[in-house]
Design a protein around this ligand. Structure first.
Ligand code: XUL
Ligand code: CO
Length: 444
């Protein structure tokens, strides 16, 4: 079903109409060149492969400030001096943006949507006001919530952590926020609920009882899961790995770390992973590696789409615009069971020097086209390049005979040793890395 254009009292992007597909030859920056939501690729419509979502915090809250300078972008929805009115205006602008871009999902933190109050109770009331309005807007437009989350890293009370804070009092405030954010996610029909542990980590082991902090995190997530399940949340809980920034060492370091954490605390049936490209590269991995590991463990949940800068080592959250990177990602997605009920959330921001309002449209369009191209290319690679067959052949010695017996656990170490004696020195087998790499380029 197509989204219905949904405007508030004021139109925030007056020069921009609903974005259309015009094809690769188009020179219109406000048109799709590759992304056709209903075009079928690899057995289903493009939009179902991607399930694109807009990140409320970057797109409507981040006006370009960095540690060295203040905002550079004027958000017209930020004009009111009454914070609740400003939040309502932002909601209007957000739904105008979603429905003009044709993106069916969005994601938010509690504090992106509604301002923090002077007490837990006032914060809960503020959030409820906005959730009621968002519910109406979802109904009118057809837009859905991909996931909700709580910002338990921004406020100064969380400077030593939220669920892993050494002070129990702080932990109770994190619990209050997570409870309200789960309630909001249930009310808005969100398919997922995310935990990103920005302050769950440490700067020095000298003042940190790591074992105790990790046990607190396991306990906290268990209780959050129980609360959600008892209160109508049927979706997937997600943990978003990131190795560092803002803390020096974050507990949810990467996919491998989070997978073993989930298994240790018995959370693997309710939780999956929300993997972000720039977090993967900060951990010294590729996006594809992190996605493959999660998928192989049945724990691929959702993706935060962006890219880092190869020449510096922090979380620059750029819009994904690299076609090779997108192709390698889509190769993994096509070999997995797909993302639903997860999706692809644009956890990305414009450069602060991209200061026109239309630049946020251009950035999303460019990324959606990049992913659409990646999908088309990856599908072709799978069907025509022979790459997967080549890879399978590398392991042919395990497909039958003693190799297959080994895989089944039928051969002990001493038997394997006797076989080495009998078989003699193995024949060298090239890994053909450059051939694989050239195949990818042949299809791009
Ligand atoms: C921070 C980050 C967060 C999470 C949600 O690096 O990625 O925005 O996606 O809290
Ligand atoms: Co993210």
């Amino acid at each position: 079903m197509a989204l219905k254009l949904t405007l508030g009292k004021k139109e925030y992007f007056p020069g921009i109409k609903q974005i259309q597909y015009e094809g690769p030859g188009s020179k219109n920056p406000l048109a799709f060149k590759w992304y056709q939501p209903d075009a079928v690729v690899a057995g289903k419509p493009m939009k179902e492969h991607f399930r694109f979502a807009i990140a409320y915090w970057h797109t409507f809250c981040n006006a370009g400030s960095d540690p060295f300078g203040k905002d550079t972008i004027d958000f017209p929805w930020d004009a009111s001096s009454d914070p609740i009115q400003a939040a309502k205006d932002k909601l209007d602008a957000a739904f105008e943006f979603f429905t003009k871009l044709g993106v069916e999902f969005y994601c938010f933190h509690d504090r992106d949507m509604a301002p923090e109050g002077k007490s837990v109770i006032e914060s809960e009331k503020n959030l409820q006001i906005l959730i009621d309005l968002a519910k109406e807007k979802q109904k009118e437009s057809g837009v859905k919530l991909l996931w909700g989350t709580a910002n338990v890293f921004g406020h100064r009370r969380y400077m030593n952590g939220a669920a892993t804070n050494p002070d129990f009092h702080v932990l109770t405030h994190a619990a209050a926020q997570v409870k309200a954010a789960i309630d909001a996610t249930v009310e808005l029909g969100g398919g997922n609920y995310v935990f990103w542990g920005g302050r769950e980590g440490y700067f020095t082991l000298l003042n940190t009882d790591m074992k105790r902090e990790l046990e607190h995190l396991g306990q906290f997530l268990t209780k959050a899961r129980d609360y959600g399940r008892q209160n109508g949340f049927k979706g997937t809980f997600l943990i978003e790995p990131k190795p560092m920034e803002p803390t020096k060492h974050q507990y949810d370091f990467d996919s491998a770390t989070v997978i073993s954490f989930l298994k240790k605390f018995g959370l693997e049936n309710d939780f999956k992973l929300n993997i972000e490209n720039n977090h993967a590269t900060l951990a010294g991995h590729t996006f594809a590696h992190e996605v493959r590991l999660a998928a192989d463990n049945g724990l691929l949940g959702s993706l935060d789409i962006n890219q880092g800068d190869p020449y510096n080592g922090w979380d620059t959250d750029e819009f994904l615009h690299d076609v090779t990177e997108s192709t390698l990602l889509m190769l993994e997605i096509l070999q997995s069971k797909g993302l639903a009920p997860g999706g692809m959330n644009f956890d990305a921001k414009n450069r602060r020097s991209s200061s026109d309002l239309e630049d946020i449209f251009i950035a999303h369009i460019s990324s959606m086209d990049t992913l659409a191209r990646g999908l088309i290319i990856a599908d072709k690679i799978i069907r025509e390049s022979g790459l997967l067959e080549m890879r399978k052949k590398r392991y042919a010695s395990f497909d039958s005979g003693d190799g297959a017996r080994f895989e089944k656990g039928e051969l002990g170490l001493a038997q394997l040793r006797d076989m080495a004696v009998k078989l003699g020195e193995p024949q060298q087998m090239s890994a053909k890395q450059e051939l694989y790499e050239s195949l990818i380029n042949q299809f791009i």
